[in-house]
Design a protein around this ligand. Structure first.
Ligand code: NAD
Length: 309
């Protein structure tokens, strides 16, 4: 399996490291418009191969060298600086996606390739990439709220004193400030959240739930404040998505793809079944009236930003 990563900054490097550590691919090609950066990353990661899997990692200076890649991950573009929102990156990163996608499409097998979008603002970039690539929407997949869902799981796990692996909880909608915590579908070891709280005598009132929502939405801002950027979480999220695709796992992940037609089409995160053909099925989850309204609002925000381009 050959994988190409476009954009070898903090996120692209973390993705490459995560892929290498899990041995998901036997060949990774790295492209960045800053060729020196890509070459240095390939060299560094190449040395790390001595401690993990025998993976061929090369930097490439033109798009012809990505030929044969079954999956292309786009992690290129500006990241948020302190005080910036993801939407502030809209125009800058739309021009990055507009530059990259046609070059990728000239060099991949359009019948099979899957494109994974990581660049922010995520959902709008998925819409743009799908439009430019003309690929079926099921094969242009944004990591969406996978990371937000992971953050929610970890916060709940600490709050409830139970392993994150026993918690099913989703963040839906925009990977951004209008994301929606889907409290109605939280499931802990087969129990609803309310049943779990009743049995364990843990109190999770509305005020605490609002604080949790705030912490999930603000996690990236806090990390950027302290670290300048976020990369480890998203690196692991991309590796998880790759695992689901490459091993045809049919796992349910909150990913973002274009859904709907014409002016009502929008990309946002919902639980979707993922396999080796990309998104195999979109699922409708249990939503309260408030959650449904918030999701509609989130979709409108994404669509409005896309229409600005
Ligand atoms: P970075 O500045 O460290 O790296 C970006 C890289 O993209 C640079 O190496 C740059 O040279 C390259 N690049 C820019 N334009 C290019 C082009 N046209 N062709 C090829 N390469 C190009 O940024 P980062 O921290 O790695 O973040 C990358 C993107 O990922 C940002 O948009 C950021 O907001 C996003 N991100 C998304 C998530 C998520 O959950 N989806 C999480 C973290 C970061």
């Amino acid at each position: 399996m050959k994988i190409a990563i476009i954009g070898i900054g903090s996120v692209g490097s973390a993705v490459a490291t995560a892929v290498q550590k899990t041995g998901l691919a036997n060949e990774i090609v790295l492209f960045d418009r800053d060729g020196i950066r890509a070459r240095a990353a390939a060299e560094d990661l190449g040395h790390a191969s001595a401690f993990s899997y025998d993976i061929k990692i090369t930097s490439v200076s033109n798009y012809r060298a990505i030929r044969g890649s079954e999956i292309v991950i786009i992690a290129a573009g500006a990241n948020q600086k302190v005080g910036e929102t993801r939407t502030d990156l809209l125009y800058k990163n739309a021009s990055v996606i507009t530059d990259i996608i046609p070059k990728v499409m000239d060099n991949v097998d359009s019948k099979n390739v899957k494109i994974i979008i990581v660049t922010n603002p995520l959902d709008v970039m998925v819409m743009l990439a799908q439009k430019l690539s003309k690929l079926p929407s099921t094969r242009v997949i944004g990591t969406g709220t996978m990371l937000d869902s992971a953050r929610l799981k970890i916060i709940l796990s600490r709050q409830l004193g139970v392993s994150a692996r026993s918690i099913n909880s989703y963040v839906l909608g925009e990977h951004g400030d209008s994301s929606v915590v889907n409290w109605s579908s939280v499931n802990i070891g087969g129990l609803t959240l309310d049943d779990f709280c009743k049995q364990t005598k843990i109190s999770l009132p509305q005020t605490t739930r609002k604080t949790i929502e705030h912490r999930v939405r603000n996690a990236a801002y806090e990390i950027i404040q302290g670290r300048g950027a976020t990369w480890d979480g998203i690196g692991a999220a991309v590796a998880d998505l790759l695992h689901a695709i490459i091993h045809d796992e049919k796992r349910i992940l909150t990913t973002s793809i274009v859904d709907g037609i014409g002016k009502s089409a929008v990309a946002m995160s919902m639980p979707r079944i993922i396999g080796n053909k990309g998104v195999l099925m979109n699922l409708k989850t249990k939503l309260s009236t408030d959650e449904s309204n918030a999701l509609r609002k989130s979709a409108k925000i994404i669509r409005k930003n896309f229409d600005l381009l």
